[in-house]
Design a protein around this ligand. Sequence first.
Ligand SMILES: Cc1ncc(C[n+]2csc(CCOP(=O)(O)OP(=O)(O)O)c2C)c(N)n1
Ligand code: SF4
Ligand SMILES: [Mg+2]
Length: 770
Amino acid sequence: MSIEINQEKLNTEKETVEQSFVFESGNEMAAYAAHQINYHVMGYFPISPSTEVAQFLDGMKSRGEHDIVLIPADGEHGSAGICYGASTGGGRVFNATSANGFLYMLEQLPVQSGTRFPMVLNLVNRSVSGPLNIHGDHSDLYFGLNTGWPILMARDPQIVYDMNIIAIKLAEDPAVRLPVIVSFDGYFTSHQKRRVQVIKNRSDVQKFIGEPNTSFPHALDRENPVTIGPYMNEPDYINNCYQQSEAMYNAEAVFERISKEYADLTGREYPILDLYRMEDAEVAVFMLNSAAEVCKDVVDRLRLKGIKAGVISPNMIRPFPQKQIAEALKNVKAVTVGDRADSYGAHGGNMALEVRAALQTVGNAHTKVINRIYGLGGKDFYADDAEQFFELALEATEKGIVEKPFDYFGHNPGKPEFAPKRVLNPMRKEDLNTGLITVTPDEKTGELKVKIPPLRSLTKKPKRLASGHGACPGCGIFSGLELFFKGIEGDIVALFHTGCAMVVTTGFPYSSHKATYIHNLFQNGSATLSGLVEMFHERKRRGELAELGLSDDFTFVMVTGDGGMDIGMGPAIGTALRNHKMIILEYDNEGYMNTGSQLSYSTPMGHMTSTSNIGGFQNGKPFHHKDTAQIMAATHIPYVFTGTEAFDRDLLKKAAKAQWYANNEGLVYGKILITCPLNWKSKDELGQTIVEAAVNSCFFPLYEVEHGITTVTYNPEEKKKRLAVSEWLKLMGKTKHLLNENSKDMLEMFDKEVDRRWNMLKAKHESPYL
Ligand SMILES: Cc1ncc(C[n+]2csc(CCOP(=O)(O)OP(=O)(O)O)c2C)c(N)n1
Ligand code: SF4
Ligand SMILES: [Mg+2]
């Protein structure tokens, strides 16, 4: 992000700090505020739609615009842990996440609020889902309601900026001392650009928020050691909770005070409730965040017709502004509360339930509450929809009763005749079992002998994926996967982690998968598939599959990206240690590509990604690539291999062996290097050349580890094909900078590491005991 400051100065009525205008999105404004605050640490993990916040900060970092230490975590649980740990050090901490990422860190949130370490987390709202939906609703936010974090709401990018500045001051106030969430709508607010007024000089922002509070105990004061998070029983524990509860309620008054101070500074004030024409309103709509703005336009229209309508939208929902809401509704005959998430089975969304509780608490029995669940999974909410919400309130006023207190809005009960029809028939068993590939253990040595036919004779074997998927031109995923699958005989059940391979093959109601396919999020696929594998074997053992006349011969394959082997490393190791009979096949494209090319741990040093930018202050990824194959080999599973499409027979053989091991002994892990022309910034047609160069430069050696014994299956030195790493790097736009004079040291470091790993591998190849 490069924010162009418009020098125009705002003429507000009051004398305020110097300000300027920018035209930016909510994500940009969260990052912009963070860079002005100059947090000490941000631990993050990419997830749409919040990913951009870290990307923008990384871009600014590469240009030397702030000092925030940006730490790419191994998943959101990790990012929450990094943030918690950093916050115990007494400095300022920042994070941003969405949806399942938020849920993945959820367990950490009460730990942090319960031990009272402030920080700011931007929650860019997105649907929490299976089936996968990445658009905006509040189903993630509602899981945050009970975490003990005050929650500020931001309806537009201006408010995102302002709330981020208010949030850190609120979090650090001695009467609060709690981590704070700033919540704004994914895509609606996070990505749409608006005119935003910003404080021109970051020194003014820093003066406003002040220094971090030095009176809070922290972990970096040797004179005052502190035990953080002791084991605590009753009565202390309930007292601790009580204090936390009090701190949460204190946040209301503190917010109001800070908001006034902020108004003096900027001319923009945020009361606890944003009330639009509520002074004399008789019907109202209650909504969180961006959709409330839509309702305001409708209020103006209704008012022209003489209908006294108004809108309530809280700027804070934790603590819940019960008193203010009841007060705002005191003359209202009926209010429609729109909830952008359901609280399944509770007869209302969370906001409706809390508004009803607020009314009951103050003894208001006359305001009728209608609840509608709307806008799930990013379904748009238009002015016409808002009009219908007001109509519901008008109807309840007229009739004196609410006929349907709770319902969904904008949904469709569906018609059986619209159910997706099968368009592809299952592949024929006989086509999948060619008999052309054989794997036989040597009777004496047990060594597997693999026979594969010329590749051409396998072309009649059907492709496992139908054409028509949405991968980019030149993408190496599907040619790589199909080649691997050519080496597998018979049926497979595949589980795909979230990632490009999954996203581009399944857009409901379409699917490119000709055989059974399961998706689970990329932190947990190995565990999920291991559960299915055990179910298969147990049902087979009990004779249930045979009884039903079902096939009892499957090879189970989990397909993951390199990112899935970061966040999903724990479950993958668990699966390995339990040694389930399945294959984990990683396609490594050196980054988190489907979320916009963020660095993964497998991204090699110095490579440019959207979170390892190039600039005067940063030169691509600062640390070396993960050696996932060696990590998995260290779990002592029966078979580990690496491969690429550029060495087709090598990969085919390994696929055949993988199947044999997965069906007879236990877990197999394989890593195939594939091209991503889009994010490698390389020519579509150069895929094979690039992966071949990666192998010949010894960056990606081809080898296998069978029962702990390493065999290099292709040695570029023996074949007189060894290349300098620069010969490989020059083929991609993302690495061209590494060939410049000012990258000399980094290139040398990378080269040395490649060489060190290659020599280690050769030594292992030489000695079965290594
Ligand atoms: C818990 C959680 N965190 C983050 C995400 C967002 N996310 C989905 S896929 C992905 C990257 C996947 O990278 P990789 O496994 O390498 O596959 P690729 O996109 O490169 O094919 C990310 C960050 C998510 N879906 N769930
Ligand atoms: S972004 Fe890269 S990995 Fe993803 S579909 Fe496009 S080319 Fe393939
Ligand atoms: Mg990847």
